[in-house]
Design a protein around this ligand. Sequence first.
Ligand code: SAH
Ligand code: SF4
Length: 388
Amino acid sequence: MTATAPITQDVMTIPRAIPDGPVNLVGLTREELRTALIDAGTPEGQAKMRERQVWQWIYEKGVRDFGAMTNLAKSYRALLAERFVIAIPEIVTRQVSADGTRKYLVRIAGGHEVETVYIPEEGRGTLCVSSQVGCTLTCSFCHTGTQRLVRNLTAGEIVGQIMLARDDLGEWPEPGRAPKDETRLLSNIVLMGMGEPLYNFESVRDAMKIAMDPEGISLSRRRITLSTSGVVPGIARTAEEIGCLLAISFHATTDEVRDKLVPINKKWNIRELLDALRDYPRLSNSERITFEYVMLDGVNDSDADARRLVQLIKGIPAKINLIPFNEWPGAPYRRSTDARIKAFANIVYRAGYASPVRTPRGEDIMAACGQLKSASERAPRKRTAPAE
Ligand code: SAH
Ligand code: SF4
């Protein structure tokens, strides 16, 4: 497979609106919003201004009711209410971990469910957003990958997760007082929930554009990190069309092991992946790429692995994020020992790379990396460990 192969995936994508039903404005790009307003009878000469007003109500102020849009004429508000809805996914359950992590089970159209996780940290708060129900990929250490049903989330369902978390955190600003990045409860987004974001590219892109828009949620592109298992053709597109930071689920230093852990490696191997990454920081004007590396006891955690890892990524501005494996029922791996993780981290550090070990958050509520899976989809499908 070459790097220019089209990105195709055989998954269900639902249309943005129920035919003839009201159109949901959440998730439309600014251009789409303007077109929708014109189609509903807004005079073209006013459309740009109306688009801006409606946009600000929805994304800057968090308003869901057209009646509350007080800078619009009453008759125009009534027209909007007839033609449109402002709908976000519904929180089904909300669990709060002993460490403050919040896990939301979120219901989307069709009765499907995804999980969204809010992680409070000193001086910032990160929302881990899902991009698909389940995942078509089957990484052997990942709980989400055992879920069979897959559907792409719409842009509205993706940005809607940010909006529902802000609802829950009570973080819609007073009119005219946009929150400062440093004081926001929800200050960062990671696309590290359920799903492979680059297999749902357009919706992820549109949702992130909405989140970055300065007249709305207004998150800097440097506060958004997209994590991919290595969908090579999507990497340059991410740089060009989103411009956010990038994280790569690397996890192995030989194709033999990576084929087993991250099977997409059979399609785009380590060499092709690294070639695509060399251009990324320049194209997206971003600083460093995060290499995520899950520590699996006896599988990928030797000193030789650590040395190969730093050799492989030579020349790429990078940091390496070591993730202690989070266990889930039926998982075929064990977490590396603390001593092993430390030894590995030391080799990486001595080679000049920041190598933070990710502290598992929300483990008691199964909210940690790789533990997410829809409750409605918990039919066990055990994995067997790949032969050593
Ligand atoms: N599909 C994307 C994004 C979601 S996964 C991707 O794979 O990058 C988010 C991160 O959690 C990835 O780095 C993934 O490899 C990691 N992960 C998955 N299962 C895990 C587990 N059981 N323990 C620790 N990390 C895990
Ligand atoms: Fe999908 Fe990412 Fe899990 Fe792999 S690690 S199965 S790509 S969600």
